[in-house]
Design a protein around this ligand. Structure first.
Ligand code: CP3
Length: 342
């Protein structure tokens, strides 16, 4: 097995720096777009054979060091009783978002082993298909990012309804976070049981909060999820964006690997997180749209900042953009492996 990724998660020495990319499966690939002409995103996510096929597309096309199961952040919301509708060209929309105590109390108690069985089955089948050649990553959205989507109802740059609920009805907020934290912890445990060899917790939107509000309204719930995931024994990656003002808090909440975005240089981020943790990142996804020479320069700069210290996993600071040329992805993977040989 190509085990650089798992070794780097544990900060063990590797022959060269491992690389995988958030959203490595998706619309920038022709093979994915062809499937999307025939199926909706919901169909792809809920049909294990198709989800496995999509999981494998990028690892067949590029020399990546890990596969990530094809799914989305929102199936847990559906499992808990919210109606999520995928609007073409807009993304998922929740027509009746959570806004009150009664809405939160009406959320369904659900066992992810049943309600999200399609994801677990996909993980199981993907492990068989990968046949030990590459490790498989599972994932879930963090309580804050899920709660924000459930409250706003769609992609919101500034989650003002979520913040209003947090301040105006703190007890409702805490109840909601508790329900999400419990569900997501069980979901990640089930993914590991199904075969996930590492898991990533996506807190994509938590950078909208001040450090003090993060500590008070979010940290206990993320900590609960991360501890449950870490107790399974597989490496746990804690991802967030826009959190350059509070990396120390993010790291203190947990995770074996802290994933950082490009707004903080990797060397500065690692120093602040502490060298007893592994780090993942942190190329700006837009750099994949640059000429290949500029892409190489920026990738090498990140490798230099990591300085061959054990425990760096190369990745983007957020997901691959749909307009990314495949040549750029192929070039990046090659440059990272070649320029980081020990
Ligand atoms: O690395 C991975 O592949 C992880 C899986 C993942 C996806 N989206 C797959 C996806 C993750 C972690 C996300 C993040 C996500 N998705 C968030 C958090 C914010 C962020 O961007 O990190 C949220 C709120 C969602 C819900 C969602 N899903 C939106 C808003 C959209 C539409 C916008 C978009 O970029 O397409 C999606 C669609 C989506 N999620 C696709 C994929 C591969 C594209 C599906 C398609 O159109 O075929």
């Amino acid at each position: 097995m190509k085990d650089r990724f798992l070794k780097a998660c544990r900060r063990e020495p590797v022959d060269c720096t491992p690389i995988w990319l958030m959203r490595q499966a998706g619309r920038y690939m022709e093979a994915y777009r062809r499937l999307r002409e025939r199926y909706t995103m919901a169909q792809l996510v809920k049909t294990p054979e198709l989800a496995v096929e999509i999981t494998l597309q990028p690892v067949r096309a590029f020399d990546l060091d890990a596969a990530i199961i094809y799914s989305d952040l929102l199936p847990p919301l559906e499992a808990m009783g919210l109606e999520v509708e995928f609007v073409e060209g807009e993304g998922p929309v929740i027509r009746q978002p959570l806004r009150s105590r009664a809405d939160v109390e009406a959320l369904r108690e659900s066992d992810p082993r049943e309600s999200l069985n399609f994801v677990l089955q996909a993980i199981c089948l993907a492990r068989q298909a990968l046949d030990g050649r590459l490790p498989l990553i599972g994932f879930a959205g963090a309580p804050f990012t899920l709660a924000t989507y459930a409250i706003e109802g769609s992609n919101a740059r500034n989650p003002v309804h979520a913040k209003a609920l947090m301040y105006q009805e703190p007890q409702t907020w805490h109840l909601l976070m508790e329900r999400f934290a419990h569900f997501i912890a069980r979901y990640l445990e089930a993914q590991v049981e199904a075969g996930a060899q590492a898991v990533q917790l996506f807190d994509s939107w938590v950078g909208a909060l001040s450090p003090a509000d993060y500590a008070r309204y979010v940290a206990p719930y993320s900590r609960y999820v991360l501890q449950a995931a870490q107790a399974t024994g597989v490496p746990v990656i804690h991802f967030s964006t826009g959190t350059g003002g509070m990396l120390e808090h993010i790291a203190a909440v947990g995770g074996d690997v802290i994933a950082v975005d490009w707004r903080t240089p990797l060397d500065v981020a690692w120093q602040r997180i502490g060298y007893q943790r592994a780090i993942q990142g942190n190329l700006d996804p837009a750099v994949l749209l640059a000429p290949l020479e500029e892409l190489r320069r920026q990738a090498v700069q990140i490798l230099e900042q990591a300085g061959n210290r054990p425990g760096h996993i190369f990745n983007l600071g957020h997901g691959v953009l749909p307009q990314t040329p495949i040549e750029a992805v192929a070039h990046l993977v090659e440059v990272v492996h070649r320029e980081s040989q020990r």
